[in-house]
Design a protein around this ligand. Structure first.
Ligand SMILES: N[C@@H](CCC(=O)N[C@@H](CS)C(=O)NCC(=O)O)C(=O)O
Length: 211
């Protein structure tokens, strides 16, 4: 049994979507980061960086923070969503790292400056939005002529990137400008496991789906 500590954010949803896709049994612990629950002594023992998501796997005694590490761990444990061929395995890892080090942090800044504090820091707003557009363009080129981030196999790279793209409205991104991203986004949004995992630990809104 796995304990998942999470909240209704892209990094949290990555893990609930993966757990749903894997069909693993898990129990959800809601950590309301808007109420400071990530700062309790109890949670810090599980996630020393004060952030969700985190897991405790009682089968192995392993506790993990950092969504990328958790995804690699769960994929390896289950033998799914991480290709076995060396080339593709490293490509999935490469795009997972691209999400962790680039797309996630940059889009997170767009949420701060464009969605929640527009006009307060014009330089930062412009810088992160410009970077977001560049990142969407990289993603669009990557998805040209293929269904998923790595060839035609759905993997943890798709599951890591998708929840961030699901906030395209917050980011003021017009997905019509990125047709390959839009096609990919909509096909993943239709997956039953994504529809379930998106609403963990609770329902906030329907998955945004562009026309
Ligand atoms: N690199 C971390 C980032 C985790 C992260 O930023 N989590 C946010 C929610 S998406 C959080 O817990 N924020 C609470 C805080 O910053 O106090 C990961 O991918 O797991």
């Amino acid at each position: 049994m796995i304990d998942l500590y999470t909240w209704t954010t892209p990094n949290g949803r990555k893990i609930s979507i993966l757990l749903e896709e894997l069909g693993l049994e898990y129990s959800v612990h809601s950590i309301n980061i808007t109420e400071g629950e990530q700062n309790t002594e109890e949670f810090l023992k599980i996630s020393p960086n004060n952030k969700i998501p985190a897991i405790v796997d009682h089968d192995t005694g392993i506790t993990l923070m950092e969504s990328g590490a958790i995804m690699l761990y769960l994929a390896e444990k289950s033998g799914k969503f991480l290709p076995t061929s060396v080339k593709e395995r490293w490509e999935v890892t490469e795009w997972l790292m691209w999400q962790m080090g680039g797309l996630g942090p940059m889009l997170g800044q767009v949420h701060h400056f464009t969605k929640f504090n527009p006009g307060k820091a014009p330089y930062a707003q412009d810088r992160y939005l410009t970077e977001a557009m560049r990142i969407y363009d990289v993603l669009d080129k990557r998805l040209e002529g293929q269904n998923y981030i790595v060839g035609n196999e759905y993997s943890i790279a798709d599951m890591a990137i998708w929840p961030w793209v699901s906030r395209f409205e917050w980011q003021t991104i017009d997905l019509d400008k990125f047709p390959n991203v839009k096609r990919w986004y909509k096909s993943i949004a239709a997956r039953p496991a994504v529809q379930k995992g998106y609403h963990v630990p609770k329902f906030t809104q329907d998955i945004p789906v562009p026309a």
